[in-house]
Design a protein around this ligand. Sequence first.
Ligand code: PRP
Ligand code: GLN
Ligand code: MG
Length: 501
Amino acid sequence: MCGFIGIFGPEGADVASEIYEGLLAIQHRGQDAAGITTFTDTFHSRKGFGLVRDVFDEQAMLELRGHLGVGHVRYPTVGVGRAEDAQPFHVNFPVGVAMAHNGNVTNFEELKDLHFRSSGTRLNSSCDVEVVLFVFVRALSERIRPGVKVGPDDIFAAVAAVYEEVKGAYSVVATLPDVGMVAFRDPYGIKPICVGSKVDEDGHVWHAAVSESVVLDVIGYERQFDLAAGEAYFVPASGPPVRKQIGNKPHRPCIFELVYFARPDSMLDDISVYRTRVRFGEAMAAQWKAEGAPIPDSVIPIPDSSRDAAMSMAVSMGVPYREGLVKNRYIGRTFIMPNQDAREGSVRRKLNAIPLEFDGKEVLLVDDSIVRGTTSRRIVRMVREAGAKKVYLATCSPPLVSPCPYGIDMATKTDFIAAGRSREEIAASIEVDYLMYLDREAMNQSARAGNPSVEKFCNACFTGDYPTGDITPEVLESIAGERRDSQQHLLPFKSKVGAGG
Ligand SMILES: O=P(O)(O)OC[C@H]1O[C@H](OP(=O)(O)OP(=O)(O)O)[C@H](O)[C@@H]1O
Ligand SMILES: NC(=O)CC[C@H](N)C(=O)O
Ligand SMILES: [Mg+2]
């Protein structure tokens, strides 16, 4: 679940500072690496390992000149979190293209064989966006005619070639000097992408394509719309933007964006993330009552992502809401860290209990999800040590049991605490006195209430039902094998990432 930003501004403008501000707003989507690529008469690129604030210094920002650019924050789902795998990537032939994406190419190995290993063409990294870029550029090069400007039809043909060849989930933005900017969403619309624009005091229009609408708020653009599944959007160097529906698959946006990934102040497919989480809380309260679960003294969120749901669950139950766990604001998200050692260390440093809120009390902790159980196990122990008499736990999502091949780094079944365990066994494993998972239909209803035109969400991590229809056990095994190899590769970096945000 990386995050990206593409901006196409008027000639003479510089877009890098807006991209930088925007990347800070979506740092929660990727903490491993960051990059910005702009263009004047040549490409200018800065990419590195770490947080946005670590990768770009004043000098780098001065060098990132140009009125079109792409930025990215990375949470690796393929390869490793090293600088050379960081996005964006750019090429200079047949026209310059700088590209970044969010997602995961599920036939990456096959495309590597087809386009690289067998032909002698070389990849620069182990990042899957390179094959998307290759397929796009190869299709574009077939349409280039001397003296004829590249236009929307050429761009849309190149996007169609990507849809034809590249499988998986991917939202993409690319800037092409002298040509424009293109953004496109994967055939099933699993990954989010929205576009916006602003008019400056000189009347010039600036265009942006971003992973989450919060970026548009932060950099002062108006949110226009989310791309549909299989839709491409082209901003030409001059003239109005053009939209084109290319794919015809059903729209299946990722529900885990609403549960965990996105910021609450974002809108995804016209659905407010915040309101959805509030509805999760209401549904959880209703289910808690229906199950006849014990009435706690207080409801306490496990910060950060569960706060909105915990608050509305407490209100709906008529039970006091309390903040009993304090988050160290300098430690980033735990789940998107690249290995288990880093995650364990981070939970320890990240959250601390206020004994006053636990001593002698029956508390209901709320989290958005339990994936590996790293967080809940640790927190439950902590609140017991702080004196809690009984500890209950409710989550905004059902048990996660199936690998996600689409861009969340949970590639093997063994990643999940819930795989092959009953609810009672999971409760015993994380040592809670009562455990409730929000019912899957209630979770989907809470999300759909924000936009009934979204018929269905991708629920693959809860069901193993993969909307793209091509995720065989062999595909899953190939992705899992790649992740195992990459984790081995990461070992020398362990202490560094463990200490990081
Ligand atoms: O069961 P686990 O494998 O621990 O994963 C689930 C936990 O990880 C996430 O928190 P994270 O710390 O990443 O981010 P947050 O601060 O936004 O809640 C999520 O919100 C859960 O708390
Ligand atoms: N989480 C993501 O969207 C990852 C994007 C891409 N697969 C990478 O590893 O860089
Ligand atoms: Mg959390």
